[in-house]
Write a protein that binds this ligand. Structure first.
Ligand SMILES: Nc1ncnc2c1ncn2[C@@H]1O[C@H](COP(=O)(O)OP(=O)(O)O)[C@@H](O)[C@H]1O
Ligand SMILES: [Mg+2]
Length: 556
């Protein structure tokens, strides 16, 4: 692997010292400014170190290393003896020579003034900015100094990173192994949640209060939102559907600005992906498939980042083609591979203060969606009064699919039946199937990862309010104990269409075979999976499998 030089801002200092040093420097400059009245001012911030990437400790042990943007940026996962062997995430970006840095600064300044609007609206922002940069580079050749082709590539990397990317956190945003990143304030390292190493600090610290606030403004603008001292909290969607929550300055966060970005997967998990990850078994997937086909309702429960929304989306790959699906969410997380899909997103108030002028909440949207005669209403997460309407909808024969923040079934029912959700206790059985998903430690690593998301319990809820565990995850063997043969819901469905228990058990086995068929052929892309599901309904592609499908063991 080629040696990548250290990033430009490396100083062999601790970030905390850097904050102090910055403060000192600022004071000194202020003094100087006072002394030289009338001379250049307003420049002090630019001279200060804004962000700080600490250097790789000498005694660090490198555990993992990979390129994020070859050959300009890579990531190293290290174990730091000084921190008791704790892991850290090291961002390692290519170094700019001094003259390159100068050229870059000038170019960015010129771009800021002279960037002309793109000729066509569908021209990609990135291509446009780089094209303009090249044009301006030619135009100002003499003042920018000589820029070799090799330097140009580096400049291009930094321009992309700073102008259209996420600046200092761009590497993190590009790294597909990162689920989210956050920062608790000025002088605190940015933390990431890594798919393999969980929550670990990075070597990136934002050390300047003013530039941190500017960074938050930039992120908010990216999302088309406003943030300021008057409105210091922002909850928004960044380009690429990443979810941003941030606070500005010291208004509500005394340690200075803060942010959390929950990254969005462009390719949502399909049901086959989740089976591969061990989040559910093939048998469970086949069960959900039958449940969803019959428009029963299903609620996925769990804590934050348990993977509820991802599971909800993956279940959507199982929908029968042609079903009318409506999704209702606060931020567009769901991505349904069906054509007959209406997507509703709630809107915040336009007004200032407490007047909720023009705001359209989940409640309004779920109500509206009923007029569309959907087969299924999917609500990203029920939290408030929209639960009440959703259950009303389910009571009138619409399929419902949602997630709910709750740690177990009892809490879920308590939450549903208390304000602000106010679902009548008599309506609880309308939730036909409840799934509890959790992030758990595994008895044995899977794909090198010591933890995973598992559907710990699947309950069927019956008309009389009773419930039955139909499937349970075993934390000792990391496997599922399912008693799907005992499903009353499936028995009811079969009875409704004049079939016997054996018929649906056979159908269940056929669908397991279809899912296994996809898994064997590594068909995982959510659109591809949905296509095969469609084919299952439309053609005789699977007649071979159907014949070959094993008949399930008969229940005693
Ligand atoms: N089954 C899974 N296995 C591994 N990672 C998952 C799984 N489901 C979701 N994730 C990851 O976990 C994070 C949180 O997922 P999300 O579905 O948004 O959780 P929730 O809706 O419960 O807050 C995302 O980064 C997602 O990619
Ligand atoms: Mg969610």
């Amino acid at each position: 692997m080629a040696q990548v030089p250290q990033p430009p801002s490396i100083v062999k200092l601790d970030a905390k010292d850097k904050v102090k040093e910055n403060a000192k420097e600022k004071k000194k400059e202020e003094k100087e400014q006072k002394g030289k009245k009338g001379k250049k001012n307003g420049k002090e911030n630019e001279k200060l170190e804004d962000v700080f990437f600490s250097a790789l400790p000498k005694d660090a042990q490198i555990l993992d290393e990979y390129w994020v943007s070859e050959p300009f940026a890579r990531v190293r996962i290290i174990s730091v003896p000084e921190r008791g062997g704790g892991y850290a995430y090291y961002i390692d970006e290519t170094l700019l020579e001094q003259y390159e840095q100068k050229a870059l600064d000038k170019l960015v300044a010129i771009l800021g003034k002279e960037l002309s609007p793109p000729e066509s609206s569908n021209m990609e922002a990135k291509a446009h900015v780089l094209e303009e940069a090249r044009r301006l580079l030619k135009k100002y050749k003499s003042s920018l100094g000589k820029v070799e082709e090799s330097s140009w590539n580096k400049l291009q990397y930094y321009m992309e990173r700073d102008l259209i990317g996420f600046g200092p956190i761009n590497v993190i945003m590009l790294d597909p192994l990162i689920e989210d990143c956050s920062c608790d304030g000025v002088g605190h390292p940015v933390y990431v949640w890594h798919r393999k190493y969980e929550s670990i600090p990075t070597n990136l610290t934002i050390v300047n209060k003013a530039s941190f606030s500017n960074f938050i403004i930039k992120l908010a603008h990216f999302a088309g939102k406003h943030v300021s001292s008057a409105f210091p909290i922002v909850d928004a969607m960044l380009p690429g559907n990443h979810r941003l929550a941030a606070t500005y300055g010291e208004e509500v966060s005394p340690k200075g600005s803060t942010f959390t970005v929950r990254k969005f997967r462009e390719q949502p998990y399909s049901i086959i992906d989740l089976i591969e990850l061990g989040t559910l078994s093939i048998e469970m997937a086949a069960y959900y498939w039958l449940i969803l086909e019959s428009r029963l309702t299903l609620v996925i429960m769990g804590g934050t980042a348990a993977g509820k929304t991802s599971a909800l989306n993956a279940l959507a790959t199982l929908f029968k083609p042609g079903l009318k699906i409506i999704t209702v969410e606060e931020t567009a997380e769901l991505n349904i591979p069906h054509e007959n899909w209406v997507q509703f997103i709630s809107r915040e108030s336009y007004g200032l203060g407490t007047a909720k002028l023009g705001s359209i909440g989940l409640f309004d949207l779920v109500k509206t969606s009923l007029r569309y005669r959907p087969d299924y209403i999917m609500v990203g997460e029920v939290r408030g009064e929209e639960a009440f309407v959703l259950f009303q909808a389910m009571a009138t024969g619409h399929g419902g699919l949602t997630t709910l923040h709750a740690e177990n079934l009892d809490y879920a029912i308590k939450r549903l039946t208390s304000p602000p959700m106010n679902v009548a206790p008599a309506y609880i059985p309308l939730m036909n199937v409840a799934v509890l998903q959790e992030r758990v430690y595994l008895p044995k690593r899977v794909g090198g990862v010591p933890f995973g998301r598992r559907m710990r319990y699947v309950w069927e809820i019956y008309k009389d309010g009773s419930s039955k565990v139909i499937c349970e995850w075993d934390p000792v063997t990391d496997s599922y104990n399912a008693q799907i043969e005992e499903s009353k819901h499936l028995a009811d469905i079969a009875a409704r269409i004049g079939k016997t228990r054996n018929d649906y058990l056979e159908e269940l086995a056929r669908r397991e075979a279809v899912l296994q068929w996809m898994r064997d052929r590594k068909i995982k892309d959510y659109k591809e999976v949905a296509k095969i599901i469609t084919q299952y309904y439309m053609s005789d592609l699977f007649t071979q499998q159907e014949k070959a499908a094993p008949t399930r063991a008969q229940p005693r």
